[in-house]
Design a protein around this ligand. Structure first.
Ligand SMILES: Nc1ncnc2c1ncn2[C@@H]1O[C@H](COP(=O)(O)OP(=O)(O)OP(=O)(O)O)[C@@H](O)[C@H]1O
Ligand SMILES: O=P(O)(O)OC[C@@]1(O)O[C@H](CO)[C@@H](O)[C@@H]1O
Length: 315
């Protein structure tokens, strides 16, 4: 029987303060016209979407004990099991400035530092969760106190236990995590360029770099390209998707929603075309709203019909 249980790991959660404005002018006073404060962080966003789709989700990572209430409230509201380690201090507040054009400026803060004792608690939590779960999503940046090598060691351990690890991060954490051969990775085109050490400016360069990445032992390379859709390499075969043209409200969490969609598709054992169509439509829907989540199931159905999916031949 299919098991719909997932653990998401967010080592550096954030309260996302989103401000809507006409146009950002750096170095001047900018007036915000609308604002929202929502619990976020990549793994938590993935968890929220998965829970709304119907998965049984457990969340872990590190949560500051001074401002944990909005997170705890979200978990309760969505029926998400809360296995977060509480650490001394406040989780960061990240500021997202969304202009009328849809352009987003992210101000991502460093986050609360974790101690060696906190790290040991998390390792115990992962060990226990691995006894009952086969799918782990590890997403987001690292707080001070966790080295990229430590993160990579967790991915390696889970992989040695036969777990499917979905991984989405950036910078040094991404580089180290990729070496541990997660089951699925989702860099965007910029992150893949960083990994490749050169600017990848077109599809064929992305395909080439994605192929090289997969040869390091990664089963699924999923490259997100914003409005240009998704490229997905598995078993040596590429699929590409193109979402319809959409009025962008906020792109915050679009990548996390794509990861959640790919994860949900895997839990359902859907074929490749169905999986990619679903995950692309889900992430395209995410950009039509400020908050992360599946707010409009009817619109999701309609969007799936408008996503173009094709296999890329001879690659
Ligand atoms: N303007 C858009 N129109 C339609 N779909 C979009 C748009 N922007 C993003 N998407 C969908 O969301 C997916 C993920 O977006 P993107 O590539 O921007 O991820 P990301 O850079 O990881 O995002 P973030 O870090 O903001 O979560 C895209 O592959 C696409 O399917
Ligand atoms: O600093 P990180 O962990 O890389 O990214 C954090 C973050 O930008 O990611 C989510 C959107 O993907 C937001 O909820 C959150 O603020």
């Amino acid at each position: 029987m299919t098991n719909f249980r997932v653990v998401t790991v967010t080592l550096n959660p954030a309260l996302d303060m989103t401000g809507g404005m006409t146009e950002l002018k750096a170095g001047t006073v900018n007036l915000i016209q609308s604002s929202n404060l929502n619990p976020g962080g990549k793994g938590i966003n993935v968890a929220k979407v998965l829970a709304e789709l119907g998965a049984e989700v457990t969340v872990t990572g590190f949560l500051g004990d001074e401002n944990q209430d909005p997170f705890a409230h979200l978990f309760e509201q969505k029926g998400i099991h809360d296995a977060f380690i509480r650490v001394v201090g406040a989780s960061r507040i990240n500021v997202k400035l969304v202009e009328e054009s849809g352009r987003v400026t992210d101000l991502n803060f460093p986050g609360v530092a974790v101690s060696e004792e906190d790290v040991q608690q998390l390792e115990r939590s992962l060990k226990t969760l691995a006894e009952t779960h086969d799918v782990f999503v590890i997403a987001g940046s690292l707080p001070s106190g966790i080295s990229p090598e430590k993160l990579a060691s967790w991915i390696s351990t889970l992989r040695e236990q036969g777990k499917k690890v979905f991984f989405d991060s950036s910078n040094a954490a991404l580089a180290a995590g990729l070496k541990a051969a997660p089951w699925l990775v989702k860099p965007n085109d910029e992150e893949l360029s960083q990994w490749a050490g050169e600017h990848l400016s077109n599809e064929s360069e992305l395909l080439e770099a994605g192929k090289t990445l997969s040869q390091t032992g990664i089963d699924n390379v999923v490259i997100s390209r914003g409005s240009e859709g998704v490229l997905w390499l598995k078993d040596g075969v590429w699929f590409a998707s193109q979402p319809p043209k959409i009025k962008v409200v906020s792109t915050v969490g679009a990548g996390d929603t794509l990861v959640a969609g790919m994860c949900w598709a895997e839990l359902n054992q859907w074929d490749r075309e169905t999986s990619l169509r679903f995950a692309t439509a889900l992430s395209a829907l995410a950009v039509t709203q400020v908050n992360v989540g599946v707010e409009d199931i009817a619109q999701l159905e309609a969007l799936q019909h408008q996503v173009n999916v094709k296999q890329i031949k001879d690659r």
